[in-house]
Design a protein around this ligand. Structure first.
Ligand code: NAD
Ligand code: ZN
Length: 352
């Protein structure tokens, strides 16, 4: 029997959904049994004045404010945060966008594993079980709430800690948290979800179950952007899109966008949009829909980002792209390097 044929379907085991559901966070937390027990909250700094934060019981908690507006999370930042924690919390609660959720995931892993964060970027390198963690997205689209990766940038690469240990133990999907997201950011992060679904559906690693999630997420994304906006629907789309890629893979757009983010410090959602806009040869139907959405929402993507690019940078970007081996196999098959050659990658970047 070919055991590789069957994949264990992975999902976060506990989920609270609905506007206001963050008020029931306590029900998902392990109880405080000892006076030394405490919880660590990792919260996007942009939420500092939000009322739901002040509702938390202050007695047994530490708060780490992560400023996601500055940059996507770096391995060094995680190491620095962990070095300041002398006694481990009994739970970690991440509240924010994909960046902040990935910080919470990474801390929960690194507090229980030796070495530095760079050691764990890659596939299935984490040995010890992490600290119990809860994810609460404040912007919809990344799917980080559902995924088995924590994406980080080191001095040399952007790559996730891809591991079952990166998955949350519980999540809360409360779309009230997303009300304050600025319009453009909202669009870019939502398009991350749209692209997750397209890459998942168009890839070879999908099965009927993950396809069900991706199809529904794509429908919801389109409903939200072409009919009437509904924050709950977009939050569900983000989650379903995430579930779909956990159980399949992303594709060419994500592989190329990592090169762009790494070299030009472009945020994930925006980088994905810049790349996807150039991929009509690979995802024709959906790139067309995407272009219509850009027009509808009057989103002007930066042009000539790579205008003055030199050969050395281009070579590093090819390397970063090829590091995304699984997405490229998903999209193009085992011989992806023969199809998406270094020259083709360079030509695509030069168009951006
Ligand atoms: P983000 O966390 O990078 O945040 C983008 C901006 O939105 C920041 O300035 C942030 O402060 C702001 N923001 C967040 N919530 C807000 C709110 N409620 N009101 C106002 N502003 C708010 O956004 P993202 O697009 O969700 O995440 C992108 C990051 O997630 C990248 O680092 C990417 O690599 C990572 N990612 C991870 C996964 C995964 O599966 N782990 C998947 C996709 C992307
Ligand atoms: Zn993505």
């Amino acid at each position: 029997m070919n055991l590789n044929k069957f994949k264990i379907f992975k999902q976060v085991p506990k989920l609270l959904f609905g506007k206001g559901s963050i008020d029931r966070l306590e029900e998902l937390l392990p109880p405080i049994n000892d006076k030394r027990d405490y919880y660590t909250f990792v919260i996007d700094k942009v939420l500092i004045k939000e009322k739901f934060i002040s509702n938390f019981n202050k007695e047994f908690q530490q708060i780490i404010w992560f400023d996601a507006s500055l940059n996507e999370p770096k391995t060094k930042q995680i190491d620095a945060i962990c070095s300041k924690i002398s006694q481990n919390p009994i739970a970690i609660i991440g509240i924010g966008g994909g960046s902040t959720l990935d910080v919470a995931k990474s801390i929960s892993i690194m507090l229980n594993n030796p070495g530095t964060c760079d050691d764990y970027q890659g596939w299935d390198l984490v040995k010890n079980s992490p600290i119990y963690k809860i994810g609460i997205p404040s912007i919809s689209g990344s799917g980080a709430e559902a995924s088995r990766t924590a994406v980080l940038t080191s001095e040399v690469k952007k790559q996730g800690i891809n591991s079952d240990h990166s998955m949350f133990d519980a999540i809360i999907l409360d779309s009230n948290l997303t009300i304050t997201v600025p319009v453009e950011q909202h669009f870019f992060t939502a398009m991350d979800c749209f692209i997750h679904c397209v890459e998942s559906i168009e890839g070879t690693m999908i099965n009927e179950i993950s396809k069900g999630f991706a199809d529904k997420a794509l429908d919801l994304c389109l409903e939200v952007f072409t009919e009437e906006f509904d924050a709950d629907k977009l939050m569900v789309a983000s989650y379903f899109g995430g579930v779909s890629i956990v159980n399949s893979e992303v594709g060419i757009c994500h592989a190329l966008s990592y090169g762009l983010s790494m070299e030009y410090n472009l945020r994930h959602g925006l980088a994905n949009c810049i790349v996807f806009n150039m991929l009509s040869n690979y995802y024709p139907k959906h790139v067309e829909i995407f272009k219509e959405l850009l027009k509808k929402f009057k989103i002007v993507l930066p042009e000539n980002v790579c205008a003055n690019i030199n050969e050395e940078t281009l070579n590093r970007m090819v390397e970063t792209t090829y590091r995304m081996e699984k997405p490229l196999i998903n999209a193009l098959g085992d011989n992806f390097k023969d199809i998406l050659t270094p020259d083709k990658i360079k030509a695509l970047y030069k168009l951006m």
